[in-house]
Design a protein around this ligand. Structure first.
Ligand SMILES: Nc1nc2c(ncn2[C@@H]2O[C@H](COP(=O)(O)OP(=O)(O)OP(=O)(O)O)[C@@H](O)[C@H]2O)c(=O)[nH]1
Ligand SMILES: [Mg+2]
Length: 148
């Protein structure tokens, strides 16, 4: 079975928007209600991460993934993964911060990066915006080379 890139993170952090960019899709973005398989992606609802009871579904779906993107955005509440949650996944694990185009009420970048490190992620971290396209090509290139 084809291995895909899974996206996990709080609600409204921009997972579906980023998945569309990775797939070069131009789909309308609506709140995700269920795990959704795209051509190259496995998109998950934010609620699955926010509710510990649902973590088993995320972990189970990760069997079909060879990379998991941990998504934070500059504007949404900082997520509360259990410490070292990244170690749960037997895949490449990558931290991505979305919505770098927003100007006001932004989280401090250092805080977000510290949070990535607390859950067990290592650099490189990616900073993106689906509005401006910032960081998307770098991320895609990195993902393309993820089997080495
Ligand atoms: N300014 C800005 N807004 C963005 C960006 N990416 C997504 N958004 C907006 O953020 C909101 C949430 O985006 P989604 O892609 O639906 O987020 P999600 O993480 O899939 O949300 P759930 O499915 O609820 O978990 C939408 O209104 C998007 O248009 C971005 O890079 N910049
Ligand atoms: Mg979504």
């Amino acid at each position: 079975m084809k291995k895909r890139i899974m996206l996990i993170g709080n609600s409204r952090t921009g997972k579906t928007s980023l998945a569309n960019r990775i797939n070069s899709d131009d789909l309308e973005v609506m709140k995700s209600q269920a795990i959704c398989y795209g051509e190259n992606t496995i998109d998950t609802p934010g609620e699955y991460l926010e509710s510990p009871m649902m973590h088993k579904y995320i972990i189970s779906a990760s069997q079909d993934a060879d990379a998991v993107l941990f998504i934070q955005s500059f504007d949404q509440p900082i997520f509360s993964f259990p410490p070292n949650f990244a170690q749960v996944f037997n895949t490449k694990r990558i931290g991505v911060i979305t919505k770098n185009d927003i100007k006001e009420k932004r989280h401090d970048l250092g805080l977000l990066l510290d949070n990535f490190r607390e859950i067990g992620l290592e650099e490189p971290f990616f900073i993106t915006s689906t509005r401006t396209g910032e960081g998307i090509e770098e991320l895609k290139n990195f993902l393309l080379n993820r089997n080495d």
